[in-house]
Design a protein around this ligand. Sequence first.
Ligand SMILES: Nc1ncnc2c1ncn2[C@@H]1O[C@H](COP(=O)(O)OP(=O)(O)OP(=O)(O)O)[C@@H](O)[C@H]1O
Ligand SMILES: [Mg+2]
Length: 458
Amino acid sequence: MERVLIIDDEFLLRYTLEEGLKDRGYEAYSVATIEEGVEFVKKFHPAVILLDNLLENSVGMDEIGTFRRLDDDVQVILMTAYGSISQAVEATKRGAYDYVLKPFDVDEIDYLMKRCLEQKKSRDSLQFLKGRTTQFIGVSEAAGKIRSHIRVLGENSGVNVLLRGETGTGKEVVARLIHDCSDRRDNLMVRINCGAIPENLLESELFGYERGAFAGALKTKKGLIELADGGTVFLDEIGELPLSMQTKLLTFLDDRRFKRIGALEDTQVDVRIIAATNRNLEQAIREGQFREDLFYRLNVMQIEIPPLRERREDIPALCEYYLDYYNKAFARSIEKVDPDFMRELILYDWKGNVRELKNIFERCFLFSPGAVLEKHVELAPVERRERPDEGSCFYLKDLKKGPISLEQEVTALEKIYMSEALKLCGNNLTKAAALLGTTRFSMKRRMEREGQEQPPQE
Ligand SMILES: Nc1ncnc2c1ncn2[C@@H]1O[C@H](COP(=O)(O)OP(=O)(O)OP(=O)(O)O)[C@@H](O)[C@H]1O
Ligand SMILES: [Mg+2]
């Protein structure tokens, strides 16, 4: 049932409208003043407000923004006795959904509200289909930390951010969330893929140009950075930015001023820069591919998003999220993931991270007819990790590919655990043994038997 609030100081109208809407299945309430209306919206978040234009002490038209700022989901319909086109235009300009002329009958309002709610629904699902999440999903410690960084960066909207993480880990998601929870949210977040724009176009794309700056520059054009004024510039794949542009970007970051190509005057903008990369920038700096001073300028705050294989506890949470997501998108009602499939998903290597998980879900949705999500993909067997220092070790071999030696596999796993434990305990054999629930003596014997290098005597 949709909740509606009527704000009108005329008792009779308020009463008739409220009762009429209740009869038509709405959860309707009414108040007489803006102040009461504000209190109501704060507490009960109605879907629609029917706002009278001429109240005793206020003008409804002037208060549309008040309600929209309180709750940007609420739709306002202005009720006015003196209708004119210009007033209607003004009302929508100020954020109203529509307006109605008094006197009206309740059916007219009912129709208008149905249309309004219908549109709202399809807009919500559009956002949804675009894959906009409103949360960084995950239950791991890393995910929790990322959420709290996002909050802090929302409150500090002048701070530049560097996002790092493998492909598909959610760098763009994080950038979007930072923008959306900052006071820059009403302005644009412009994304620039530094790797995709040809070098000779980058400058004019970023900074714009003046009319006549070069052949073909018929009109002055604003660059992407200027379009984002007041908002956020998301420099994606910053590692791919050519050196010449790195220098120009650095100059811009100094005082947020730049010249359009061909301009004499500087243009000043206020933007936050969020840069993202999956490249190892330190290495690029050593190789002379990336300017160190630019790196420090961008890297005021760094968020590292670990690959999915290093936070496997997030996999079930993401599965639940995408189950819900595709159920809505495909109008299905799949209840759960097949348990064997789920186990495989948790153990899988996820080179494409969350994006790969999402794609797998989409595919399996299409091919699972019933209430259980079935496995309709080949998951590459988890590779055996040779080096124990590469995060957590999952040590499963694909038995379908032929026989293995249990003895050898178990020994290899033992070795990894022992060297991990030693590393953690600063090569102290006694402590490492305790960590593995065994004794110093037995651990030493195992190591000798397996020809593992022993730490120097403690
Ligand atoms: N924690 C998360 N919660 C919800 N969705 C996520 C999360 N992380 C990633 N996704 C989803 O995974 C997909 C990939 O995310 P995104 O595009 O942000 O990755 P990326 O790090 O920018 O990758 P690339 O380096 O390839 O550009 C998107 O569909 C995104 O919605
Ligand atoms: Mg990306």
